[in-house]
Design a protein around this ligand. Structure first.
Ligand code: UGA
Length: 425
């Protein structure tokens, strides 16, 4: 159920409103059987044993998560409950939200024995959401009663027993064999904190490696080697140690801020998170300085820009560090020709084409005649460019790569001046 009629109509017609691998085939397969779409919340509530709340919890001006959508939907659900329901909170929310949902339901006249509220945070990433869902590292269920916990255990049993269905089977097989995930039962408050703490920790890992990348640049070392050496320690692990232009997206920036704010409200000094945010903001400025260092002055320079999405394989531009850099470069007086495989339609709404900003149809057109090429998003296709063709397209063979997609030596061998993050030129 969604109150966005256009979205529901698109889904009913078989269109997926977001760019997400495997989602179209899943929808096609189940659209007219096990999944249907509606704008009628009362109907959806009546038809269901469990109701998952998955609404946005955007950042408010104070840094807190804005929970008004969660409250609104809880009050609306309350109006349609006439038999026992499990309300499953899936949105990223601060600790104590479940208690507030309970209170909202009771204040709206739902007897306590007719519902339980469970916290079931989601850990999937955009772009790999379907595979992440089918192959999670863990499933967390925060429930304060057995009845609700056992319903959630039933719902997730295809994943925890490794018995998928049809198409899901084929998609799951794509990732190779892996052990079924553990379903971890916790209290509702612990589950709420697990979500915030996990996202904040991943953001911390990224800021840490970005700080190390700056140190590597100063010491003439190679951050890719350092990250590999660190990641081989199983206590550290290799993932989320990729340096770049800072983390973005609709989750990490708002969740770090919200977690910091939760800590503050509970009287805990979590200054570490402030540093995480500080390093992340600095990383973009450092990259701008790097572009300047390659080009001397920026005003009037023509740059090809690859990447607008907040990360590769998605069309999402929310809190995109790539877009922040595009804005910074425009403010410096550069003329940009940008290209992104999926995020251009969304970007055009935020940044319409103009005399200093053009949208290209492919990477080589973006590079054509440019004083330098800037890589801002880690799309796989940007890591596989024809370097001879690229070199011929550019006015000067200069590449400034914010995602370390190329081996520096290979770029030098092809005649490029190549600047990347945390690696010697
Ligand atoms: C993130 C978490 O990874 C998910 O576990 C979580 O469920 C989700 O938020 C959420 O809370 O909904 P997502 O925002 O889709 O997922 O994207 P990530 O793949 O985590 O990337 C976030 C940002 O960090 C991107 O800008 C990416 O480029 C950057 N990043 C990631 C790095 O700079 N280096 C890395 O090593 C990894």
């Amino acid at each position: 159920m969604d109150n966005d009629e256009r979205k529901v109509a698109a889904l009913q017609g078989g269109d997926t409103p977001i760019h997400e691998k495997h989602l179209p085939e899943l929808l096609e397969r189940y659209r007219n059987s096990r999944v249907r779409f509606t704008t009628d919340l009362a109907e959806a509530t009546r038809a269901s044993e469990a109701i998952f709340i998955a609404v946005g919890t955007p950042q408010s001006e104070t840094g807190d998560a804005d929970l008004s959508y969660v409250e609104a939907v809880a009050c609306e659900i309350a109006r349609s409950i006439s038999s026992y329901k499990v309300i499953v909170e899936k949105s990223t929310v601060p600790v104590y939200t479940n208690e507030w949902i309970c209170r909202a339901l009771e204040r709206n006249g739902v007897p306590r024995q007719l519902f339980d509220v469970v916290s079931n945070p989601e850990f999937l990433r955009e772009g790999t959401a379907v595979v992440d869902f089918l192959h999670p590292d863990r499933i967390v269920v925060g429930a304060d009663g057995n009845r609700a916990a056992s319903l959630l255990q039933d719902i997730y049993s295809p994943l925890t027993t490794g018995k998928y269905y049809e198409v899901a089977d084929a998609i799951a097989g794509e990732c190779g064999a892996s052990d079924p995930p553990q379903l971890l039962l916790t209290s509702t408050k612990s589950a709420e904190i697990i979500k915030h703490a996990s996202n904040a920790f991943l953001a911390l890992k990224i800021s840490f490696i970005n700080a190390v990348s700056n140190l590597c640049e100063a010491a003439d070392a190679d951050v890719e080697q350092v990250a590999r050496g660190m990641g081989l320690d199983r206590r550290i692990g290799p993932r989320f140690l990729r340096p770049g232009i800072g983390y973005g997206g609709s989750c990490f920036p708002k969740d770090v801020a919200a977690f910091r704010s939760v800590a503050e409200q509970l009287g805990i000094d979590f200054g570490l998170l402030t540093e995480v945010e500080k390093i992340n903001a600095q990383q973009k400025k450092r990259f701008l300085a790097k572009i300047r260092s390659a080009l001397w002055t920026l005003r009037g320079k023509r740059l090809g820009v690859l990447g607008l999405a907040f990360k590769g394989e998605t069309d999402d531009i929310r809190e995109s560090p790539a877009l922040d850099l595009v804005r910074m470069l425009l403010a410096e007086g550069c003329n940009l020709t940008v290209y992104d495989p999926a995020a251009m339609p969304r970007t055009k709404e935020a940044l319409p084409e103009g005399s200093n900003l053009r949208y290209a149809t492919d990477a080589y057109t973006a590079a054509s005649g440019a004083d330098a090429l800037v890589i801002l998003t880690d799309w796989q296709e940007f890591a596989a460019l024809d370097l001879v063709r690229l070199s011929k397209s550019l006015r000067y063979p200069i590449v400034i790569d914010g995602r370390n997609l190329y081996e520096p030596q290979k770029m030098v061998d092809h005649g490029f001046t190549y600047l990347s993050v945390g690696r010697a030129v």
